[in-house]
Ligand binder design. Structure first.
Ligand SMILES: Cc1cc2nc3c(=O)[nH]c(=O)nc-3n(C[C@H](O)[C@H](O)[C@H](O)COP(=O)(O)O)c2cc1C
Length: 193
């Protein structure tokens, strides 16, 4: 299929983690969120388990999430390590973000594939989501704080479902996000002779 290879290479190589501090307050239209999630839904997965589950949080839904994350931080941080700035930033980051998408994994009840394959499939879905955001000039990043890895009760997840963090998503104005990768040649071994 004739896709514009230059554009797609560029899309993948320029995707960055873009944090809430950079987001402006422009809302992400629901249709765009749905298109992005649709792309995530086309991720590869073994035995058609389609293990990704998403919870979209925006508008009024953000207050309870901010409350929960702050309470979790307070309850799980020894008083001598408690950092008031961090505590306040947790709330600020959630409220400043136009749209958050919790990333969850639904474990196939018949365990037809090993769990790591389900995790891998969810990660592929996250990459689809991340690149789809980037293609639309939406900044995003996958955040995995302990509060969210233990958010099953907060989100009302069933026993088969586990939260693997959250995508922060927002439009942004800034445009110079430094990036670095060590050369791919260091990570590749060829067996061809
Ligand atoms: C599974 C996973 C979990 C991540 N969790 C966090 C996180 O909790 N906090 C954070 O600041 N970044 C997190 N990131 C984003 C990475 O920090 C980021 O991808 C990395 O620094 C490379 O930068 P880039 O995304 O701009 O290429 C996570 C990324 C992945 C793939």
């Amino acid at each position: 299929m004739p896709f514009p290879v230059d554009q797609i290479d560029k899309l993948m190589r320029t995707r960055r983690s873009i944090f809430p501090g950079f987001y402006n307050d422009r809302e992400i239209p629901e249709k765009i969120i749905l298109d992005i999630l649709e792309n995530a839904n086309w991720a590869p997965n073994h035995k058609k388990t389609e293990p990704w589950r998403f919870i979209v949080i925006r508008g009024e839904g953000k207050e309870p999430l901010a409350d929960y994350m702050q309470q979790y931080y307070r309850a799980h941080t020894p008083p001598e390590k408690f950092n008031e700035k961090k505590y306040l930033k947790i709330r600020k980051n959630v409220l400043k973000t136009p749209c958050l998408v919790a990333i969850c994994m639904y474990r196939d009840p018949d365990e037809r594939v090993p769990e790591w394959e389900e995790l891998a499939a969810v990660s592929c879905a996250v990459q689809n989501l991340w690149l789809s955001c980037h293609a639309r000039d939406i900044g995003s990043y996958w955040s995995t704080p302990s509060s969210l890895l233990h958010a099953d009760e907060f989100f009302g997840l069933d026993d088969q479902t586990q939260c693997l963090g959250i995508m922060y998503m927002g439009y942004y104005d800034h445009d110079d996000f430094p990036a670095a990768r060590r050369p791919v040649a260091e990570k590749v071994r060829w067996i061809d002779h």
